[in-house]
Ligand binder design. Structure first.
Ligand code: NDP
Length: 296
């Protein structure tokens, strides 16, 4: 008998899409007893072939659970549908389904009302990064800190863990904030490739390397913005102020026009910078534009 295997926390996993299946494989590979359920039973077959036990219903899977019950479903509505009517008393629910902060808070209350402990997670990885620590993927967790501590070891198997507080909405807030920043970055990349689009003699691969390196270096500006937001002094340590950048924006727009590129992905942010300068804050860095979006 493999005593090493039986000492590992049993994991129950509801949802075997691309991400759920990757998570399940990681727990099996690390020797955790794994019970799985999926709405479409056929999708459980690969994990059952690798050693998981398939439960006939979600209720049966939850009833048998002695360790964390992990949910990795499409959205919050599918979590509600799956757990509807199931006895959750005394269960440790860990919801890795992508949701909004408000949905996570509401789901935490919903679970607590049903006698369960609740932890919400936001996965910062794609399935091929799961179970490969060197890939750098991790999961934001928030909610019940005791629950996080109790299952920390099992939760760290598929990807790194970053606990961001007791408010159950904070994992989703971190997740969505990072994805939102990424969306802005993708908009910038799209614009940059459109700019060089007409130039047939330019090497796209070489340009892409230069672009990725530049974005990597510039992304460090987030640290300076955070320091300014903390201190409330938006002119401290500024090397490129808004007045200079707003003037340079004219050059960016003129080049877009010359290359027949729609500047629509850039102009909303340029307008924000212009407004802050118009308020008399041309000597500030980018921190001054944050408040113009609201959210304070
Ligand atoms: P998939 O689309 O591959 O799988 C969706 C899963 O949700 C399936 O198990 C599906 O069951 C189930 N499902 C959908 N609706 C319902 C419902 N009403 N009731 C019960 N089960 C339902 O998605 P992923 O596995 O890729 O993603 C799962 C979660 O992980 C999502 O919240 C996603 O945002 C998150 N995530 C995914 C990443 C990725 O790159 N894939 C990255 C980071 C987070 P069925 O098989 O029966 O359709």
């Amino acid at each position: 008998m493999n005593t090493h295997t039986t000492s590992k926390t049993p994991v129950t996993l509801l949802g075997l899409g691309d991400m759920g299946t990757a998570l399940g494989r990681a727990w099996l590979a690390a020797g955790h007893p794994l019970t799985v359920w999926n709405r479409t039973p056929k999708r459980a077959e690969p994990l059952v072939g690798a050693g998981a036990r398939a439960a006939g219903t979600a209720a049966e899977a939850v009833a048998a659970a002695t360790g964390p019950v992990i949910l990795c479903l499409l959205d919050d509505a599918s979590v509600g549908e799956t757990l509807d009517g199931i006895d959750l008393r005394g269960k440790d629910i860990v919801n890795l389904t992508t949701n909004t902060p408000a949905e996570a808070q509401q789901r935490a209350r919903w679970a607590e009302e049903r006698g369960a402990r609740f932890l919400d997670g936001g996965i910062m990885a794609v399935p091929p990064m799961i179970g490969r620590p060197e890939a750098g993927g991790y999961v934001f967790y928030s909610g019940d800190p005791a629950l996080f501590e109790r299952h920390r070891e099992a939760l760290a198997v598929p990807a790194g863990t970053t606990f961001v507080g007791e408010d159950p909405g904070h994992a989703a807030l971190h997740d969505i904030a990072l994805l939102s920043a990424m969306t802005g970055m993708f908009a910038g990349i799209t614009h940059a490739f459109a700019l060089i689009g007409p130039e047939k003699d330019l090497d796209r691969a070489r340009f892409a390397t230069l672009l990725a390196e530049w974005l990597g270096a510039m992304s460090r500006s987030a640290l300076g913005i955070a320091a300014q937001l903390e201190s409330g002094n938006y002119t401290e340590g500024v090397t490129s102020n808004l007045a200079m950048m707003t003037a340079a924006n004219g050059t960016l727009l003129a080049t877009a026009r010359d290359q027949s590129v729609d500047p629509g992905l850039l102009t909303p942010y340029m307008e924000l910078m212009r407004r802050r300068v118009a308020q008399g804050h041309g000597d500030e860095g980018l921190a001054g534009t944050v408040g113009l979006l609201g959210g304070e």
